[in-house]
Design a protein around this ligand. Sequence first.
Ligand SMILES: [Zn+2]
Length: 325
Amino acid sequence: MNVTIDFGGTNIKIGLVQEGAVLAKTSIPANSGDGMLARLPEAERAVRGLLAGAGADLGQCEGVGLSLPGIVDTGRKTLVSIKGKYTDAIGYDYAGWAKAAFGLPLAVENDARAALLGEVAYGAARGERDAVLVIFGTGIGTAAMMEGRVVRGKHDQAGILGGHLTTDVYGVRCACGNPGCLEAQASHWSIPQRAAKLPGFAASALARENGWGYEAIVKAALEGDRFANRLLDDLIVHWRAGIVNLIHAYDPEVVILSGGLMKSADVLLPRLTERLEASAWLSWGAPRFVVAQDPETSALLGMSYLVSRQLAGADAERNRSPEKA
Ligand SMILES: [Zn+2]
């Protein structure tokens, strides 16, 4: 059994995982404005509470798997770079924390890579060796696997910056500095800001909502709101451009879509994938599109998988990909 923690921007998800099964899980608020390190004692208490509730103890656990947003150094087991929140955690000794708090070894990984591993090991893309994952959450996270290995690159950035692929060179400047990033154009955090400046917004049902996002747009569009329909058309252009960029970069067999946007998958999937061959160079056919099996737990499952592989010695060779035996 492994202790798994998925440190998100809004919630910290915590689970006890054994061989692809989440035995128990809980969630605590991230309070991201206070930084990440301030939340570690609460996360530790939540882990102990879960164990007590499951009638288990730390002696039955093999290790701790921690997924983090931002750029993660899996060898040094720390956060290297992040924009906006959680900058207090850069360079932090997470392995030391896990040893002091639980007496257990630790594996860390970027949260989207963890989710991709969870979906490939146990979920909607089980057994695939060439896959990309896109999480439409508050921002847009991505990860890629090629020939059975999660893509990491020289500086741990490869595959995870798909939300920062340009979909409009004249677009909004993103927190990363690049103009027109996919997530600055078409993610949960950016859409309301951008929409409010578009003509016709005031007449839309969306103008009368607070804190609206993906679900509200789809709902308003289906109800015939003209502005919402135009906005959705525009967003689909950006989302599809992001997906085409990822297909061109990583040559996947399967594209896994996850995050809050996929609550509307039945409406959106046909539109995201229609005439894909007209906008993507595909010499062999087209990738299969799947929706993540359980977006709430895929990162937890992926981290448990990583911990077990790491402890099994698959990571004995330095810098070698932990998931490749
Ligand atoms: Zn960006």
